[in-house]
Write a protein of this length. Structure first.
Length: 155
């Protein structure tokens, strides 16, 4: 359990280092918040590692915002609870892209949640430029996304 949480925390830190570079081409520093969104299993069977990731993201957001933001813009973080149900994930990611108009989309934690998210992400981002980070995944569906960044080892 401790090792799994430690790995999750390292993945989150690596995601945000990569996220900094992914957003370096973002629009001019207008002071509008950079919308960072994701879903995590905050309740249900997958809650333990997700709560660690959620806490790490909140600490990261607070730290970056205290130092003037990212690219001079504050980070606005929102985490949706997918309730450890992969069936909930596609609807959440469709909303994040089409309703929330996210700037940086973080993939869910775990292949069981990434796999159902990918078709919705591919379909919804075809008309809009969105950067996506994923901590790790075993799914091959992701290879067709142009602004997708994968963290973790490759198969």
């Amino acid at each position: 359990m401790v090792k799994m949480c430690g790995n999750a925390l390292r993945a989150v830190v690596a995601a945000f280092i990569t996220g900094f570079f992914a957003l370096s081409g973002a629009s001019a520093q207008s002071g509008n918040p950079i919308k960072v969104r994701l879903s995590l299993a905050l309740t249900g069977a997958g809650a333990a590692p997700s709560k660690v990731i959620s806490t790490a993201l909140e600490i990261w957001r607070d730290d970056v915002n205290a130092k003037g933001g990212l690219l001079g813009r504050p980070i606005e973080l929102a985490i949706y609870d997918d309730q450890s149900a992969p069936a909930n994930v596609p609807g959440i990611y469709t909303k994040l892209i089409s309703v929330d108009k996210v700037d940086l989309l973080l993939g869910p934690y775990g292949t069981n949640f990434v796999a159902p998210a990918m078709p919705a992400i591919i379909r919804t981002t075809s008309s809009r430029s969105v950067s996506q980070l994923s901590e790790s995944t075993g799914t091959s569906t992701i290879r067709s996304i142009s602004r997708w960044f994968r963290l973790g080892r490759t198969a």
